[in-house]
Design a protein around this ligand. Structure first.
Ligand code: HEC
Length: 160
């Protein structure tokens, strides 16, 4: 009697475990399919070249021929909205990690606060650019930043 009961609970545990494993597998498969690859490749010449061309098509009108941004970009007046900042090493974009840059470009600069493009003139490129195109254009931008900036960015994200 006792062994039969034990056998049954063992079966139950095994069923529960296999259901759990199956759901975990399904979940990771789903995540792998839905989460884009947000890694930037500033060292890959082909990707950077493609990104440069995309920059000329989609970003240059606001961020400038040499990634210099718009005049007086640090001043909100008289529009009460930020003008396009430089995307070269003189701006602040280099302080963001790959994922942040990707999210800002795809869903709007305030994506990480859940506010998308609210009160911002920076468009969201979801629906305009494919995920690899967003990664390529950002890889190009990142390729213009000196290596020392990457080190500074890492240092600044550390708690004081
Ligand atoms: C219509 C003008 C416009 C276009 C086109 C545009 N941007 Fe922007 N971008 C802005 C403005 C304005 C801001 C600042 C927005 C704010 O802070 O509200 C900004 C901010 C950004 C930032 C954040 C920079 C920082 O210092 O935090 C990134 C990154 C960025 N843009 C990337 C891009 C990329 C990549 C493209 C092309 C695919 C692009 N932008 C096209 C206007 C534009």
């Amino acid at each position: 009697m006792k062994t039969r009961k034990n056998g049954k609970s063992l079966l139950k545990v095994m069923v529960v475990l296999s259901v759990l494993t199956a759901s975990l597998l399904l979940l990771s498969y789903y995540e792998a399919r839905t989460l884009p690859d947000m890694t930037l490749n500033p060292d890959n010449a082909d990707i950077v070249q493609r990104g440069n061309a995309l920059y000329g098509q989609y970003c240059v009108s606001c961020h400038g021929e040499n990634l210099e941004g718009q005049k007086n970009w640090q001043d909100k007046k008289p529009f009460e909205r930020w003008r396009a900042p430089p995307l070269d090493a003189s701006g602040r974009a280099w302080q963001h990690g790959d994922k942040t840059l990707f999210m800002m470009t795809k869903f709007g600069v305030h994506a990480l606060e859940g506010k998308g493009t609210l009160n911002s003139d920076m468009p969201a490129f979801e629906g305009t650019l494919e995920d690899e195109e967003i990664a390529a254009v950002l890889s190009y931008i990142k390729s213009t930043w000196p290596q020392s900036n990457a080190e500074k960015a890492e240092a600044s994200s550390e708690p004081d």
